[in-house]
Design a binder for this molecule. Structure first.
Ligand code: FAD
Ligand code: SIN
Length: 530
């Protein structure tokens, strides 16, 4: 098997991975691997913007309180403090590196999104904020000759020695090779592809969480999935996000009878927290026997809409929807996972040599529900922190010396064919959407658990194709999410149980998931919320 040695291995090329790599680059050789082309990931598609307390009317303390309130009692306060306090420095640095955020005259322009009590969301090229971040970070990475980028490489397993992580096995063109590294940073993003309706790109199959879990990493709060309320629902159109910033600029939600409904559900109406808006939409869809509701911007000036949301305007137009004239059919879709690999404030996991940052990680910053536009900021702040701390770890993990003891990967690959993999993937995504989605209950979750157990042999198999590896990871995560959703017998944040519609005493506790020889163990973290 081919072997490569490096100081730092970064798995993932979104905001978190790139920001971490920039910190590492002056201290050794860095390899960044991405499953697809370098820019493919959620970061590239982020629309609304990046939240930061930089406007004259805002304060770090107010951003802190809004984040805590959105997290519905489950945010870790020290993690939120780091996010909001270090956020401004990370953004100013990005501007120094060439990020062009939209401005009003010479001043930065801030927009409003749900559950923010101030206009604090910076955006770029109207609705292409993530693309701008990715552009600037990639350009910065390219200035370091010590950084190598390997596209179309899928991490399939972590390499472990004496319970330490010393790199990863990588699949490229159906061949597996090993990258040994003194430090490995997981930055593989989210898992929206587990659900048949999602805003997430195809690479978002939760790989990093599954890989880490199998090798003994502690996971946290995996039941908390955020569903975005407004995603295009038009025949043959992709599940394209219609940014919350549109409601921030005045867009209204209407049912198929052209009636506004959000005032009946929450005093903040269209700008209520995402979980409330998503459930209200489902409720209206049920009442009106429809598969969608509408987003209405027709009362807003057409030239304003075209300038403010150019990417959304042109994308919708391709599917015969003119956002300046037509009601836009929308329904919710899976968008973000609040849980992930448990880390401390420096991105450290419980496995020596393994760090995690961005959507794959659970710092506790988002609690039970993420405040809009806080995740790009999290990727910057915690990607940076993981990088800074990983440098110090480098000398401790002498991979070359240890290599003598390593055992080469000996695995048998599954004969499950391409067609069967695709069939299971489709059924799994439907199952998760229908039974483990926006509204859950013991019956739906038990049906999901039962169905998942029938694919146990597939989950236990090994694959030498990207789609096979992804399916294995998706099945592992589906199990974990279903199990934790079953265990949390209450409704809190984005986790809604129709059979337990209010919160209970366990609401201030985090779910902790560990792989044991006997199987998955879910327990409650008694650690006090800091
Ligand atoms: P990603 O950007 O998703 O990058 C993941 C990387 O990991 C990719 O390079 C991928 O190829 C790689 N990867 C995955 N698995 C493997 C593997 N097995 N081997 C090798 N590489 C792998 N947040 C905001 O704050 N503001 C917004 O406006 C906003 N809008 C959004 C709009 C959309 C449509 C979506 C989907 C999300 C949005 N979010 C937004 C959320 C935010 O974009 C993401 O949470 C964030 O970008 C995640 O960054 P990341 O670096 O953790 O992962
Ligand atoms: C959006 O633009 O609505 C997405 C913002 C986010 O998910 O933070």
């Amino acid at each position: 098997m081919e072997e490569i040695y490096t100081n730092f291995l970064v798995i993932g090329g979104g905001v978190a991975g790139l920001r971490g790599a920039i910190e590492l680059a002056p201290y050794g050789e860095v390899i960044i691997i991405t499953k697809d082309i370098p820019t493919e990931g959620s970061t590239e598609y982020a629309q609304g913007g990046i939240a930061v307390a930089l406007s004259d009317e805002d304060e770090v303390g107010i951003h802190f309180h809004d984040t805590i309130k959105a997290g519905d009692g489950l945010c870790k306060e020290d993690a939120v403090k780091v996010l909001v306090e270090e956020g401004p420095a990370r953004i100013l640095e990005l501007i120094e590196w060439g990020a062009e955020f939209d401005r009003e005259g010479s001043r930065l322009a801030f927009t409003l999104e749900a559950a923010h009590s101030r206009r604090r969301v910076l955006h770029a090229h109207g609705d292409s904020t993530g693309k701008e971040l990715e552009r600037v970070l990639i350009n910065k990475v390219k200035t370091f000759p010590s950084v190598k980028r390997f596209p179309f490489c899928t991490a399939v397993d972590l390499i472990m020695m004496d319970n330490r992580c010393v790199g990863a096995y990588i699949l490229r063109d159906s061949q597996v090779f090993a990258i040994y590294a003194q430090v490995t940073i997981l930055a593989t993003g989210g898992a929206g592809q587990l659900f048949s309706r999602t805003t997430n790109p195809p690479v978002a199959t939760g790989d990093g969480i599954a890989l880490a879990y199998r090798r003994g990493a502690v996971l946290e709060d995996m039941e908390f999935i955020q569903f975005h309320p407004t995603v295009l629902y038009a025949p043959s159109a992709p599940q394209f996000l219609l940014s919350e910033a549109m409601r921030g600029e005045g867009a209204l939600l209407k049912n198929i009878h052209n009636e506004r409904f959000m005032q009946g559900y929450h005093p903040d109406a269209e700008l209520a927290p995402r979980d409330i808006v998503s459930r209200a939409i489902i409720s209206e869809m049920v009442k009106t026997h429809s598969h969608h509701v509408y987003l209405d911007l027709t009362h807003l000036r057409s030239d304003f809409l075209k300038a403010r949301f150019p990417r959304i305007y042109s994308t919708c137009l391709q599917y015969d929807v003119d956002i300046t004239n037509d009601l836009i059919p929308i329904s919710p879709a899976a968008h973000y996972i609040m849980g992930g690999v448990k880390t401390d404030l420096d991105g450290k996991t419980n496995i020596e040599g393994l760090y995690a940052a961005g959507e794959v990680a659970c710092t506790g910053v988002h609690g039970a529900n993420r405040l809009a536009s806080n995740s790009l900021l999290e990727g910057l702040v915690y990607g940076y922190r993981a990088g800074v701390t990983a440098i110090k770890h480098k000398e401790k993990n002498n991979v070359k010396k240890d290599k003598k003891d390593s055992k080469p990967l000996q695995i048998k690959y599954s004969h499950i064919g391409f067609q069967r993999i695709e069939e299971i993937r489709t059924s799994l995504r439907r199952l998760m959407w229908e039974r483990v989605g926006i509204i859950r209950c013991i019956d739906s979750l038990s049906i999901a658990k039962e169905a998942l157990s029938e694919w146990q042999d597939v989950e236990n198999s090994n694959f030498n194709t990207r789609r096979g590896v992804e399916l294995k990871n998706m099945l592992t995560l589906a199990h974990i999410i279903t199990e934790t959703a079953l265990k949390r017998e209450e409704s809190i944040g984005a986790h809604y149980r129709s059979d337990f519609p209010s919160r209970t005493g366990s609401s201030a506790r985090h779910s902790i998931i560990i792989k044991k020889i006997s199987g998955m163990e879910v327990s409650w973290n008694q650690e006090k919320l800091r």
